[in-house]
Design a protein around this ligand. Structure first.
Ligand SMILES: *[C@@H]1O[C@H](CO)[C@@H](O)[C@H](O)[C@H]1NC(C)=O
Ligand SMILES: *[C@@H]1O[C@H](CO)[C@@H](O)[C@H](O)[C@H]1NC(C)=O
Ligand SMILES: *[C@@H]1O[C@H](CO)[C@@H](O)[C@H](O)[C@H]1NC(C)=O
Ligand SMILES: *[C@@H]1O[C@H](CO)[C@@H](O)[C@H](O)[C@H]1NC(C)=O
Length: 399
């Protein structure tokens, strides 16, 4: 009781007269705001028109503090932002700094980014999430590789959101694994990981995640731990990286081979004549597309470079360096957390047998063709830019 009395005594509205005075003061403020607004060209317009029914509703509830705070806030923010009111007392919201197309919304209600956190259908939304994962790992999978993927997922801690892109349409079979029930499953038949990435990993959708792993399904992860990997990537400032590949398995570039004598490496030597510049691919600023890891910022750039129709992503590895500066310092290979490329024929076999050729042949041919198309597009785009700006292109744009 004593407490209530104190609140009443120190309340903003001691009697109805004072309430009236508050409204009049506020209206004066609003009118003043209007004149201030009209005398400066405006950028944002704050809605200040309060239907009298709302005001009386608030008054009826006798919550003078709320009324005052509300009106006061409206007045000060319009005052600060030079907002404009129409003379009839109405105003429209227009906030140019909002994301394109949302200028008519009050900034407070605009949510430009999202995440993949699973929520409950019941309870308090504030209490839905026990953990907000900071990292995202995606695998493009067919059920045939479930053993391998199950082993891989176990190398990623609870700090990772797991996302599977299913190219064979089989999704529910994965539920034999407990983790699958917490994973995000996206199913679209016979598509490649860059197709999925372009469509489901928009930078605003994955903005919550500090690092994004976009991995193939045929990686052996016995010598890999994701938390340790993140630590090294942070320590060495790698914006784009991959784990080293077992040098004894399959054909790989020198750059992506695991080394026994370092934590990470950012440069290498290739066969004579392969590198025009030691700072350029494939000698530096280079990782392959089978197991890349992107920082949030690097991904925002790389996502924009992915072409909707060039689904195999060939050539992308040579162009990743366009997204970070200086590329030869921010792109690298982690040696102490490494993987084995098992070279399992998978999606390649999902091609189409044509003219007496095996399915994989047509896929391979398309990969090569896409690579050429990508290079041409990139070169043309840069040429057009430099021409438009009237400047001479730097020497390294031919790679
Ligand atoms: C007005 O400016 C203040 C401080 O600069 C800002 O916090 C507020 O969001 C702005 N209001 C609008 C409607 O833009
Ligand atoms: C108030 O004035 C503006 C600008 O003249 C006009 O666009 C708007 O329709 C008016 N609103 C009402 C409710 O009359
Ligand atoms: C998850 O991240 C937190 C904060 O960085 C860290 O303390 C914790 O050890 C991580 N969890 C695991 C399983 O590594
Ligand atoms: C560009 O490369 C050519 C051939 O490699 C070289 O002769 C020329 O000096 C280079 N130009 C600049 C601006 O570095």
């Amino acid at each position: 009781m004593a407490k209530l009395g104190t609140i009443a005594r120190s309340g903003f509205l001691r009697n109805p007269n004072e309430g009236m005075r508050l409204i009049i003061t506020t209206i004066f403020g609003v009118v003043l705001g209007f004149f201030i607004g009209t005398s400066f060209p405006t950028v944002s317009i704050t809605k200040l028109h309060f239907p009298s029914s709302i005001i009386s509703f608030i008054e009826d509830k006798n919550s003078g503090i709320t009324t005052q705070a509300l009106l006061n806030h409206a007045w000060t923010s319009s005052h600060k932002n030079n907002s404009m009111l129409y003379s009839n007392g109405t105003a429209k919201i227009y906030v140019p700094s909002n994301p394109k197309g949302t200028e008519r919304l009050a900034p407070g209600i605009v949510v430009p980014e999202s995440d993949f956190y699973l929520r409950r259908l019941w309870g308090d939304p504030n209490e839905d999430l026990q953990i907000r994962q900071k990292y995202l790992v995606t695998f493009t999978v067919g059920l045939d590789q479930k053993k391998n993927i199950n082993a891989a997922v176990k190398k990623f801690s609870g700090n990772f959101t797991i996302m599977l892109f299913h190219y064979d349409g089989r999704t529910s079979e994965w539920d034999e694994f407990e983790w699958s029930k917490q994973a995000i499953h996206v199913s679209a038949r016979k598509q490649t990981k860059w197709w999925y990435a372009k469509r489901f990993l928009h930078p605003d959708i994955v903005a919550r995640y500090e690092y994004i792993f976009i991995w193939d399904e045929d990686l052996g992860v016995e010598h890999f731990n994701a938390e340790e990997y993140i630590k090294l990537v942070k320590k060495h400032g790698l914006e784009i990286s991959q784990p080293g590949l077992d040098p004894n398995r399959g054909l790989t570039w020198e750059m992506t081979k695991r080394r026994g004598d370092s934590e990470v490496h950012k440069a290498t030597e290739e066969r004579p004549g392969w590198c025009s510049d030691p700072h350029l691919p494939p000698c530096a600023a280079f990782v392959e597309i089978m197991a890349p890891v992107f920082s949030r910022n690097a991904w925002r750039c790389v996502w924009h470079m992915i072409q909707n129709d060039l689904v195999h992503g060939w050539g992308l590895d040579f162009a990743l360096r366009k997204c970070v500066e200086p590329a030869h310092e921010k792109i690298g290979v982690v040696d102490t957390q490494w993987v084995v490329h098992q070279v399992v024929p998978s999606l390649g076999n999902q091609g189409k047998a044509e003219n007496g050729r095996a399915p994989w042949e047509g896929v391979r041919e398309r990969c090569r063709k896409e690579w050429g198309m990508f290079q041409t597009r990139l070169a043309d785009a840069e040429k057009a830019y430099y021409k438009k700006m009237g400047i001479t292109p730097p020497n390294d744009t031919h790679v």
